[in-house]
Design a protein around this ligand. Structure first.
Ligand SMILES: [Zn+2]
Length: 287
């Protein structure tokens, strides 16, 4: 059974990993140019052409009177196309949370699988009607630049971000920035020019939500493996390395929106790259 929702306690916070669907990714998209003999054992694959599961995940974080959502999935566009698709709002509702109760939405980057539910459909209305949305200025400027290609993906992202701009609901920021106490947007550029990971801190514990700095644990273990979706491959690899080094230094846990629910772990230095150690977090149910 594909898990679409899980919740755990993290310091004083309750963190729910919520899926907007689980699809399949061709290994060539994730590991272009990497010999199958290298990546297959890392992801425990037995067939070099079988699709790898890819979660389209968000994180809902509650505590200290705040309700924060990291990324907003694919939205309605993949409805019916894979397991649990277009179900993010149902999974939030299952926690007893109304969209209007979300006060902050942190967007790791502008790609369509992370901004889909910003608005309910083309042209709005804004889904999280009382929330302030945050996106890096670099990503916002890239998307707004007329020189940025009008691909279907970029057009979809614009349809999910422009209504926020028009309503004055999108805040942008430069560099490392903490929109809230204990939640910091950490630039990890390369996947997109302004991509950020989110550092969550509570009661001395640290957790990085890596966004698409790494679509899978394998990419954290091997920072030089860049998926085809990285716009700037050398920069993305450099960001993965910097993120891994910082997580090790800070004794931080890591998780990611595209990792299967619930994947939490820590990294250790290895040769080459890094080694992932899964960490069992105690799951809690809604009471
Ligand atoms: Zn993504």
């Amino acid at each position: 059974m594909t898990q679409l929702s899980a919740q755990f306690q993290f310091g004083a916070l309750r963190i729910a990993a919520l899926s907007d669907g689980v699809g399949g990714q061709h290994p060539n998209d994730w590991f272009p140019g990497v010999p199958a003999a290298d990546w297959m054992p890392v992801v425990a694959a037995t067939d070099a052409t079988a699709l790898l599961p890819v979660n389209f995940g968000s994180f809902l974080i509650r505590g200290g009177g705040r309700t924060v959502l990291i990324d907003t999935g694919n939205g309605n566009r993949l409805h019916g196309q894979h397991t649990g698709a277009a179900g993010l709002l149902d999974r939030i509702a299952a926690l007893g949370v109304q969209p209007s109760e979300v006060d902050t939405v942190l967007l790791t980057h502008f790609h369509g699988d992370h901004v889909g539910w910003n608005v309910e459909n083309d042209g709005g209305p804004i889904t999280f009607s009382n929330a302030t949305y945050y996106l890096s200025e670099v990503d916002a400027a890239y998307l707004a630049n007329p020189a940025t290609p009008a691909t279907p993906g970029n057009d979809f992202s614009r349809s999910r971000i422009n209504p926020l701009l028009e309503a004055g609901r999108l805040e942008t920021f430069d560099g490392e920035f903490a929109p809230l106490e204990g939640m910091t947007m950490v630039p990890t550029p390369g996947h997109t020019p302004g991509h950020c990971s989110v550092l969550i801190e509570s009661q001395g514990e640290r957790l990085f939500v890596v966004g698409d700095a790494a679509p899978s644990v394998a990419h954290l273990e091997h920072p030089e493996w860049s998926p085809v979706f990285d716009l700037d491959v050398p920069r993305a690899s450099e960001s993965r390395r910097a993120l891994a080094d910082r997580a090790i230094r800070d004794q931080a846990l890591l998780t990611g929106g595209h990792f299967p629910i619930l994947t939490v772990g820590r990294l250790h230095e290895a040769s080459p790259g890094y080694r992932w150690e899964p960490v069992e977090v105690e799951q809690i149910s809604e009471d």
